[in-house]
Design a protein around this ligand. Structure first.
Ligand code: ATP
Length: 140
């Protein structure tokens, strides 16, 4: 079933999710502060806008509350990530996936109601570790 997604932050993490979702036939609204990054995704995402997600009125005018799933892919600016997650949580019932920069950041995101907290480097390390172990078993 086709779903609509909003992705906030078009770094390596957010942008690769954006491409994957679009390739799978979903609608994606891509949001970033950085104009160059947004221009790059203008023809890839369904819509791409330059906006500061920390601004509640911006989130409302973009109709974020109507999206099935919102991905908060802001990492370095932990304050922006937390504030954006909190506002979107309070606005409606969107399923929220949020990227954590470290364990403390992850805990806060969980506490304020992110439905799925992702630690990209840690999670990928675990996956690769499992993959290596299972390959070794097969190789053996
Ligand atoms: P990645 O690890 O995914 O490559 P990064 O290290 O390039 O990310 P981050 O600081 O994690 O950069 O930010 C990811 C993206 O989020 C950047 O493109 C940045 O411009 C955007 N971003 C940061 N703060 C906001 C905000 N308040 N509103 C919208 N976009 C933002």
């Amino acid at each position: 079933m086709k779903k609509n997604f909003a992705i906030i932050g078009l770094g390596r993490f957010g942008s690769s999710i954006c491409r994957t979702l679009v390739e799978s036939g979903h609608d994606v609204l891509a949001i970033d502060l950085n104009e160059d990054r947004v221009n790059e995704y203008m023809n890839i995402a369904t819509h791409a806008v330059v906006a500061n997600a920390q601004d509640e009125s911006v989130l409302r005018s973009l109709g974020i509350r109507n999206f099935d799933h919102v991905i908060i892919a802001i990492g370095e600016d932990i304050q922006a990530s937390i504030l954006t997650t909190l506002m979107i949580k309070e606005m409606g019932n969107s399923y929220i996936t949020a990227k954590a920069q470290n364990a403390y950041h992850g805990k806060v995101l969980e506490k304020i109601g992110a439905d799925h907290v992702v630690h990209p480097e840690r999670d990928m390390g675990i996956r690769i570790g499992h993959h290596l172990v299972s390959r070794n078993v097969v190789d053996y």
